[in-house]
Write a protein that binds this ligand. Structure first.
Ligand code: ADP
Length: 266
């Protein structure tokens, strides 16, 4: 018996399938979130890789920004709950989760039982999100996956003072035109995002252990800059972009176990 969790974000689509021992059987991430072919492609990929099909899936939970439009789901659950469950399953000592996705940032406190006690979210503008980093990478004619490594070569990071992506883009262009190295500009971009994210995280209270989830956690420049801002170590969740989908698959398995008819007592 298997359950499927699908996390349809603004930037990517993710799927995790688990078995009834909660072991991950297959997972995949594809670019393209809600409103794109991403959800179809990611499902094709996991089914092709595992040899499983819809008939093998006992229950499906959808999460993420695009969860409501995914009609194959048996249930839709918020990313907050799914990230909390996914993280708690992998790292039970975590008390603070920071999830940085393509277009929003969330910070949440969880109890030792994995229950969310507080959360805050920024989804009103690109500042502090993966989208901000993508825009800056484009201006610097590099890929967002290279930005962290570039920042690691900085010797004197510049201050990028504008948090608005539109104004920060002009600021980056003028810094580069003034001869500041790409590495020092990249480091300044990461510091700007980290300041914004840490300000949000402070609102829920930052209790160790702190874990980072979401695609942006793959960026070592953000992990380092955030640890510096928060003045404490930041752990990256294993398979950080899949945490929400894992939580959704775990939720679906819980529901499946609960819904399963009780064995009759002879
Ligand atoms: P969503 O759930 O909103 O779709 P994700 O959690 O998938 O978003 O995060 C998407 C963001 O992750 C992108 O905007 C990008 O900044 C970042 N990202 C994705 N892959 C990488 C990578 N290999 N290296 C650095 N950053 C990455």
């Amino acid at each position: 018996m298997y359950s499927l969790g699908i996390d349809i974000g603004s930037a990517s689509s993710k799927v995790v399938i688990i078995d009834d021992t909660q072991a991950v059987v297959v997972s995949a991430v594809v670019p393209g979130g809600t409103g794109t072919t991403g959800p179809v492609k990611v499902l094709d990929e996991v089914f092709a890789k595992s040899g499983l099909g819809w008939d093998d899936i006992g229950r499906t939970v959808a999460t993420g920004y695009g969860r409501i439009s995914f009609l194959q789901a048996d249930n839709q659950i918020s990313e907050i709950s799914c990230h909390a469950l996914g993280v708690h399953h992998l790292l039970p000592s975590v008390r603070t989760i920071i999830d940085i996705g393509g277009q929003d940032v969330k910070a949440m406190s969880i109890s030792k039982e994995g229950i969310v006690s507080k959360f805050v979210m920024n989804d009103k503008c690109a500042a502090g999100t993966g989208r901000f980093l993508e825009v800056m990478a484009r201006v610097m004619e590099t890929d967002v996956s290279q930005l962290g490594e570039l920042a690691g070569q900085a010797d004197s990071p510049v201050d990028i003072s504008n948090t608005c992506a539109v104004f920060a883009e002009s600021e980056v262009i003028s810094r580069l035109a003034a001869g500041v190295t790409q590495a020092n500009v990249a480091a300044g971009i990461h510091q700007s995002v980290a300041r914004r994210v840490s300000g949000l995280a402070m609102r829920v209270g930052v209790t160790p252990v702190v874990v980072l989830t979401g695609g942006v956690a793959k960026n070592s420049g953000i992990v380092d800059a955030l640890a510096h801002e928060l003045q404490q170590p930041v752990t990256v969740a294993p398979n950080c972009q899949l945490t929400g989908a894992l939580g959704a698959a775990l939720m679906a398995m819980r529901e499946l176990m609960h819904l399963k008819p009780q064995a009759s007592i002879a």
